[in-house]
Design a protein around this ligand. Structure first.
Ligand SMILES: Nc1nc2c(ncn2[C@@H]2O[C@H](COP(=O)(O)OP(=O)(O)OP(=O)(O)O)[C@@H](O)[C@H]2O)c(=O)[nH]1
Length: 597
């Protein structure tokens, strides 16, 4: 065990984690040159395009160090986004060390700070690395100081590297060997293996990535999952180099995969502990948690006959994404669809995109919302995630909304505007700390304000410099009202929103005025109204269309005519007929474009 090093990389999105991981693989000869596709560790197509690591993956590397000894380095990849912080914490708890990779031209960001604190709490050795020193804007000395100021670990001697041009790669590996301690554990004790990640493979079923803490795991062992109590037969174990290579056993201190003929991802939950039936551990490893959906939205097929196809697609996606939740829902306006639960906004976007791209679905998505607790007159508490299902005012005693604690890291110059933004979003300041050139602001914010457009606003008011991390705090009583939208006097349930009373009238007005811009003119006047509890508070009219799109193509150019018709058809794709009015997707999300007062 003394020549094993288990480590992961903590880095903000785009600071170069994947590029660096690829360099390690290349340096340690895990893959032939021709097998190195652009970025090996991000395997999904969308990940490649967006450059975001969604699923943690790993590589077992063999490194001959300068001291002449051969080390087994297990690199555990972690997702870099706040939506996946639970997965990050599980990956980190499987490591003895973590490389903190910071872009030397950008500096430390809130997400990296949060993940570093998690690592430090878990007793993981954090080793700083300054990346991208090849960039002209790189200022490694200043960023090293910043790491010391903000995270409080020594960084003056941090390795200066460039993952892109291959500078400092061997130095980093040397630091991994010298600074990160080898794993500890009892090789002869009862098996305890932590599930770091799990995913569905079409050929072998569920694949689990595990870190063996104590004991040994071999094919043919009868295994038991301590949280779900499920029992299975271990079929295969092995490691990723990053190609999969079978092994005879996985031993204490090692990281590798386990295949046990499991058909459903639900039964192999991240954070669960695997033990042996014949010699079970008495206690599971700490830290297991059921992941909860934080953000909800309705997904509806544009064509109602695609409903079954959408259900199949969601089912298939869930095979590979246990954190995606969905249940059937009926909307008067949109027909049959699903209410889906997501870890966060990015997760929602990814799911939506995969449905459209991989399953070729045309979807209408309703504005994202959160869970509300409704305390009824008889004292019972109901959880409502769909605004149109909210009981009428007067039928309940109290409404509670989720509050998050947000940590924002921002350069001093933008503190004022970020504070104004937080106040507009009903934030309550909890702390403010100067850390070198940066300021760390802590705010309690209503989650429903954050899911709207908080992140985009934060980025624009700070010219992209502010970064955000958040976690759920509690449900809090709030003066909220339901805002309904009527199109030609008919209430469109899919457009209902929950808003704070203080901003409800303003938002109602702005919303209908935005919708007037977004709903295309049709052959008749369309009235768009906003109402609170039956009172109309705003009205706009989309004027009837007089012109025929073909009218201007007088004369004969048939190709031009076809093109126009086609354009019109394509534009129609993401529209939904509500009553006699066609409403485009953008109008369902119009609330996201409504600014603050
Ligand atoms: N100039 C320069 N660019 C780099 C360096 N390392 C990475 N990059 C570039 O920075 C961008 C982001 O790199 P990635 O490795 O994808 O970043 P990441 O941290 O893995 O990002 P996520 O997977 O989204 O978390 C890419 O365009 C890389 O080519 C470096 O040392 N120097």
């Amino acid at each position: 065990m003394k020549n094993i090093r288990n480590f992961s990389i903590i880095a903000h999105i785009d600071h170069g984690k994947s590029t660096l991981a690829d360099r390690f693989i290349q340096f340690c000869g895990g893959l032939e040159m021709r097998e190195m596709s652009a970025q090996v560790l991000d395997s999904m197509d969308i990940e490649k395009e967006r450059g975001i690591t969604i699923k943690a993956q790993t590589a077992a590397l063999t490194y001959k160090a300068r001291d002449g000894q051969v080390y087994n380095l297990n690199l555990i990849d972690t997702p870099g986004h706040v939506d996946f912080s639970y997965e990050v914490s599980r990956s980190l708890s499987a490591c003895e060390g973590a490389l903190l990779v910071v872009d030397a031209s950008q500096g430390v960001e809130a997400q990296t700070v949060a993940n570093c604190y998690t690592a430090i709490e878990l007793g993981v050795e954090v080793v700083p690395v300054l990346n991208k020193i090849d960039l002209p804007a790189a200022d490694p000395d200043r960023i090293a100081q910043e790491i010391e100021d903000i995270i409080g670990i020594e960084a003056v001697d941090a390795v200066r590297a460039s993952a892109k041009s291959g500078i400092g790669i061997e130095d980093i590996l040397e630091t991994v060997v010298s600074k990160i301690p080898p794993p500890e554990g009892n090789p002869d004790g009862p098996l305890k293996a932590l599930i770091i990640d799990s995913w569905f493979d079409n050929y072998v079923g569920v694949v689990m990535l595990v870190r063996v803490i104590d004991g040994q795991l071999k094919p043919k062992d009868k295994i038991k999952f301590m949280a779900t109590q499920a029992e299975h037969l271990c079929e295969q174990v092995g490691v990723f180099t990053p190609k999969s290579v079978q092994r005879q056993s996985l031993n204490a201190g090692e990281v590798g995969f386990v295949i046990a003929g499991i058909k459903e991802l639900k039964s192999a939950k991240v954070g669960d502990t695997i033990t042996l039936m014949s010699k079970p551990a008495t206690e599971p490893l700490p830290g297991f948690k059921e992941v909860q959906s934080q953000v909800f939205a309705g997904l509806y097929p544009v064509e109602s006959h695609d409903y079954e196809a959408l259900r199949d697609a969601l089912e298939k996606l869930q095979l590979n994404d246990a954190s995606l939740k969905y249940e059937p829902e009926v909307s008067q306006a949109l027909g049959f669809g699903f209410r889906c639960g997501f870890l966060g906004l990015l997760h929602l976007e990814i799911v939506q995109e995969r449905l459209e791209r991989e399953f070729d679905m045309d979807l209408i998505t309703t504005a994202p919302t959160v869970n509300y607790e409704v305390v009824m007159k008889d004292g019972t508490v109901e959880v409502v995630s769909n605004p149109s299902k909210m009981p009428e005012a007067g039928k309940y005693e109290e409404l509670r909304e989720p509050i998050i604690t947000a940590t924002i890291l921002v350069p001093q110059d933008y503190v004022g505007s970020v504070m104004t933004l937080c106040n507009n979003k009903r934030g309550v300041q909890r702390n403010m700390q100067y850390m070198g050139r940066q300021v760390m602001l802590t705010y309690d914010l209503p989650m429903n304000e954050v899911v709207m457009d908080f992140f985009d606003r934060l980025k624009s008011t700070s010219r992209g410099y502010a970064s955000l991390d958040y976690e759920f705090k509690e449900f809090q009583s709030a003066d909220l009202v339901k805002l309904d939208v009527l199109v030609n006097s008919e209430k469109v349930d899919a457009l209902s929103l929950i808003v704070h009373r203080a901003t409800s009238v303003y938002r109602g007005r702005e919303l209908v005025s935005k919708m007037r811009e977004l709903i295309p003119r049709q052959m008749f006047d369309i009235a768009v109204q906003a109402a609170i509890g039956g009172h109309i508070i705003a009205r706009e009219t989309v004027k009837a269309l007089r012109k025929n799109v073909l009218a201007k193509c007088y004369g004969g150019d048939i190709t031009r005519k076809k093109k126009l018709l086609e354009k019109q058809k394509a534009g129609k794709k993401r529209m939904k007929q509500v009553g006699n009015v066609e409403i485009p997707q953008e109008a369902f999300l119009a609330i996201l474009q409504v600014g603050d007062k």
